[in-house]
Write a protein that binds this ligand. Structure first.
Ligand SMILES: [Zn+2]
Ligand SMILES: [Zn+2]
Length: 169
């Protein structure tokens, strides 16, 4: 018995449950069915439709990630290797002690000690720029301030020793 394919209309020998003439038309028909189903969900249940879309996208992305994972790992490894090679090929000289060290952006000293030394130097700079007489006066001022504070603290301690907690009242 012959039957007409629902997709292309070609006549074909009828098998059990078969409504298309071959794999090509079967695929066309399956795609159309899927599209129809999606459209129905979209109009009847927009929330479900959006959820399905999200799930589809998630699966697609996961497939893509899987397909490119090896390639990306390889590229990352190469970048890392190149970075290391570049770092090893460049050296810089410490501005404090002159030792050489692997160059890094914005790093000018070879070690923490040199960095601290440099920090002290930079901090002392504003004072050094001053006129020697003014600098001397400033230093003396700092000195007096320090000793005045120290003397006041010692006095308070003595008072507390003599008068007890009354000294603070
Ligand atoms: Zn057909
Ligand atoms: Zn150094």
């Amino acid at each position: 018995m012959l039957k007409e394919c629902v997709v292309c209309g070609t006549e074909f020998p009828c098998g059990p449950g078969q409504i298309t003439c071959g794999p090509k038309c079967r695929d066309v028909r399956a795609r159309a069915k899927r599209r129809e189903y999606k459209n129905r969900v979209r109009s009847e249940n927009p929330e479900k439709y959006r959820a399905q879309k999200r799930e589809e996208k998630r699966r697609r992305m996961a497939r893509e990630r899987e397909a490119t994972a090896g390639l990306r790992a390889e590229m990352a490894a190469r970048r890392e290797r190149e970075k290391l090679e570049l770092a090893a090929s460049k050296v810089r000289h410490c501005i404090v002690c002159g030792n050489s060290f692997p160059a890094k952006n914005n790093v000018k000293t070879c070690s923490e000690d040199c960095w601290l030394e440099r920090l002290r130097e930079v901090r002392a700079r504003p004072l050094r720029k001053l006129d020697p007489a003014v600098r001397k006066a400033k230093k003396r001022e700092y000195y007096y301030q320090y000793h005045a504070k120290r003397a006041a603290a010692l006095e308070l301690i003595n008072d507390i020793k003599e008068k007890g907690i009354e000294a603070l009242l």
